[in-house]
Design a protein around this ligand. Structure first.
Ligand code: F6P
Length: 363
């Protein structure tokens, strides 16, 4: 049980490398053998060179890098039993019984399914003669700890996910740059930010950049949003402001659930106010680049706690997610968090925004 493996899965985020480094080093420090699995679940299924033992130095010089040095993938194969069987073979033959999954809710759900299937998968591998009795006996169960890496901050159960702070920094410095040119030309800028179905990045960026208006999925715009928006923008101009900044979350919608795009907003402003208006879509710039100090430390602290959790957990313990509660690292039940995160998505799809926002809270 002292052999663990680390993988990153789903979309990458800044600070994941810090977590990989911290888990690796804390585990080695505690006397564990550590493997890095490359390309997420795809690598776990492929085996071979995709699963490599890590040393203290393997993870040197990565804390300052964005992305994930061990690669990430969205794996369809792992959703099949056949894929999970191959993955089980690759873990059993290396004596890996502990996993740290750094990903989002989909990746963590996959990890839990794997854990539940484990006994059956091992039986099948034994019956087929692919693994020995000794190998099977060594790993009677697997245990999983999750860390949430996502710029969206869309996971229930933690105050912050790894990458959100860096994405915000990037958004804010981009908006500052846009403000300078907007001011010179007395323009309105519509800035689209990421966040899939979560308006956190848009809302916090709007607060921190002194934007005039913001569209987020959790607060669908009323039917007359064009009038409300233009009244506000022209009011700001009449008070002497030379520019306007409007932030649109990529998942922004109106009360009928119809998407509101940055172009829709631009067209409304041009039509009604005749302002010189431009759209800037920040895109993956928000997810790349160096992680902020906060995300580096978050990765470090969550990573260390993940190792402590794995070392203490027994067969009957429910898998957990390491989360930040205020300024403390805590362990929260993985399944509950995933269920709640999915309940938020369901409520949003059903246009029940009040429930979605209530559920999004941590506890
Ligand atoms: O979940 C992170 C995120 O960057 C979202 O904000 C965005 O909607 C999505 O991933 C983009 O996905 P992809 O990188 O696959 O285009």
């Amino acid at each position: 049980g002292r052999t663990l493996a680390i993988y990153t899965s789903g979309g990458d985020s800044q600070g994941m490398n810090s977590a990989v480094r911290s888990i690796t080093r804390m585990a080695i420090y505690c006397g564990c053998k550590v493997y890095l699995i490359f390309e997420g679940y795809e690598g776990m299924i492929e085996g071979g060179d995709f699963i490599k033992e890590a040393t203290w130095n393997t993870v040197s010089d990565i804390i300052q890098q964005g992305g994930t040095i061990i690669g990430s993938a969205r794996s369809a194969a792992f959703r099949t039993r056949e894929g999970r069987l191959k993955a089980a073979y690759n873990l059993l033959t290396r004596g890996i019984g502990r996993l740290v999954c750094i990903g989002g809710d989909g990746s963590l759900t996959g990890a839990n399914q794997f854990r539940l299937d484990w006994t059956d998968l091992v039986k099948e591998l034994l019956a087929g003669g692919q693994v020995t009795e000794a190998q099977a006996k060594k790993i009677p169960y697997i245990q999983i700890v999750g860390l949430v890496g996502s710029i969206d901050n869309d996971f229930c159960g933690t105050d912050m996910t790894i990458g959100t702070d860096s994405a915000l920094q990037r958004i804010i410095s981009s908006i500052d740059a846009v403000v300078a040119t907007a001011q010179s030309h007395q323009r309105a800028f519509i800035i689209e930010v990421m966040g899939r179905h979560c308006g956190y990045l848009a809302l916090v960026a709007a607060l921190a950049s002194e934007a005039d208006f913001c569209f987020i999925p959790e607060w669908p715009a009323p039917e007359n949003w064009r009038d409300v928006l233009c009244d506000k923008l022209s009011q700001m101009r009449s008070e002497g402001q030379r520019l306007n900044i409007v932030i649109v979350a990529e998942g922004a919608i109106d009360r009928d659930g119809k998407p509101i795009t940055a172009d829709d907003v631009k067209n409304a402003v041009k039509e009604k106010l005749k302002y010189d208006t431009r759209v800037t879509v920040l895109g993956h710039v928000q997810r790349g680049g160096a992680p902020s100090a906060f995300d580096r430390l978050l990765g470090c602290r969550m990573g260390a706690e993940a190792v402590f959790a794995l070392m203490e957990m027994t067969e009957t313990d429910e898998p957990c997610v390491i989360s930040i509660d205020g300024n403390t690292m805590v362990r929260v039940p993985l399944l509950k968090c995933v269920e709640r995160t999915q309940a938020v998505q369901k409520a949003m799809a059903e246009k029940d925004w009040t429930t979605a926002v209530m559920l999004r809270g941590r506890s």
